[in-house]
Design a protein around this ligand. Structure first.
Ligand code: 6GU
Length: 214
């Protein structure tokens, strides 16, 4: 499963992709990450990527040419790539969507994530997008953090990436509504706060019942 992230701020995403679960996934050959610098596709000697809006107004918009060039380059790097555009106007990202992408990724789909920035982008860029996605009802400066949220939530669902086989099943939101039960580790008592007795009992039936109730 190849993830190509197109961004003006590669230094924002690179380190996260080489840490923790995402690093593990690439070490195991289950996912591959490539960060493309949009600036490399910019126009002219100054590698221009944005310009003022027609009709006037504040701010700069990402231009069509560099984005189309970057997406076309990325499509040539990995077959069967779907383009995900990060935008606060997109559909709200949910656990179920992460699961669908993880599944389709295992059947050979690859992903290009296009990070929006500044005041926005030329509307014609929407024609490139197979999916427009947002991570919540607030406005971020750019699509880099959302892109990392998408990648993390998908990659950890690829079989073999998480340690314990059951981890992704048990944890919060895996069925879309249930929250994970409370958990404790040593010591059994810390500053007067005790671990529930049932968890120390060794009675697996009772433990399962307690966890279900919580
Ligand atoms: Cl995907 N992009 C931006 N710029 N802001 C957001 C977002 C995306 N999701 C929530 N806020």
């Amino acid at each position: 499963m190849v993830f190509q992230i197109i961004t003006l701020f590669p230094e924002m995403v690179g380190p996260v992709l080489s840490t923790s679960m995402m690093w593990k996934a690439s070490e195991k050959g289950l996912a591959e990450f490539r960060v493309l610098n949009l600036r490399d596709f910019g126009l002219g000697p100054r590698h221009q990527v944005d310009d003022t809006p027609y009709g006037g107004g504040d701010g700069m918009l990402l231009m069509c040419e560099p984005i189309f060039a970057a997406v076309e380059y990325a499509k040539a790097q990995a077959t069967n790539s779907k383009v995900i555009l990060t935008t606060p106007k997109g559909s709200r990202w949910q656990q179920g969507m992460a699961a669908e992408f993880a599944e389709r990724g295992q059947s050979g789909e690859n992903y290009i994530i296009l990070c929006g920035h500044y005041e926005g982008f030329d509307e014609r860029i929407l024609t490139l997008a197979d999916h427009q996605v947002s991570i919540g009802d607030y406005v971020l400066t750019g699509g880099e953090l959302p892109a990392l949220v998408f990648v993390d939530s998908i990659v950890r669902l690829i079989p073999g990436v998480l340690g314990g086989e059951q981890s992704a099943q048990i944890e919060s939101f895996s069925d879309g509504k249930t929250l994970e039960f409370p958990q404790y580790t040593r010591p059994a008592e810390f500053r007067g706060m005790k671990v529930p007795d049932v968890l120390l009992s060794g009675n697996h039936g009772e433990i399962a019942k307690w966890r279900k109730e919580h």
